[in-house]
Design a protein around this ligand. Sequence first.
Ligand SMILES: C[S@@+](CC[C@H](N)C(=O)[O-])C[C@H]1O[C@@H](n2cnc3c(N)ncnc32)[C@H](O)[C@@H]1O
Length: 299
Amino acid sequence: MIRDGARARFPDSQAGFPTGTIAGQRPGAKGAGRVLLIGCGPGDPDLVTVRAMRRIGDADVLVVDRLVGEEVLAYARPDAEVIAVGKEAGGPSTPQDEINRVLVREALKGRLVARLKGGDAFVFGRAAEEIAAVRAAGIAVEIVPGITAAHACAASIALPLTLRESVRQFSLVTGATADGDVNLDWSSLSAPGQAFAIYMGVRTARTLRQKLLGAGAPATLPVVVVENGARANELAVATSLADLVDAIDAFGIKGPAIIFGGLDWNDANLTMPEKVHVFHASADRAAGRAHAASASDAF
Ligand SMILES: C[S@@+](CC[C@H](N)C(=O)[O-])C[C@H]1O[C@@H](n2cnc3c(N)ncnc32)[C@H](O)[C@@H]1O
């Protein structure tokens, strides 16, 4: 769906194309085909940068990932073409080579091609492959940063990602790999004072939990899962590493979600927002109580 809007807000955005423009080229001018690699944030159109909004409004064609919020397309020109190349987690996807071909094909027509990605293109966004393919065809690429999911999710639940005294290292890691084998530096992630955000970790949560516990992370390590962060249907659940899998089952979390580890509002002298659900099946079991939300006792 495309709605008018960007033109009204930025009527002179082509004339004012502020940075990164190739000298003497107007975006969209014939023969000046180029690719804009744009991070579009977590899905909320308010979390798109001003530069991204302007570039989206300039583009002739938009090549769009599944996690880009539909409302973000309201910033596009009404006559812009939209090509969806979404990738379902574990489901059907447009092969990366095909996406690369589309970018090159459209730019070689002399069009201004906006490649829209969820979050930030440089965080688990396969940006390197796309930049290399486009440059190999002699086409210029401009990169527009976006708000990555971990930052948007943390902001939405007011959970600081570092703390001056106690959390000095924060890692972004992936819970899914192309070959299916999750291979991270488990002992480093499990060390005291470490915090992390796991992307694409819902389906591998059982393995993640087992590996972290095996590397010495405490069963009580605070864990917060944020699904659809910064969107209308956001769901946030605070739990422990021991209860991660049960929490995901109990709340029917499918993703997209970020799994935070090693972060706690208490350590930051902050109160947890009311919208965050609390799930502690292990503690309830130990106390002989059945947890209302618990869907599974399987560990
Ligand atoms: C292929 S990665 C892309 C990450 C993206 N480039 C970024 O910077 O956020 C997809 C993963 O990002 C995370 N993600 C993206 N949008 C999200 C959102 N709104 N809420 C929670 N997690 C999200 C999920 O872990 C999802 O499986």
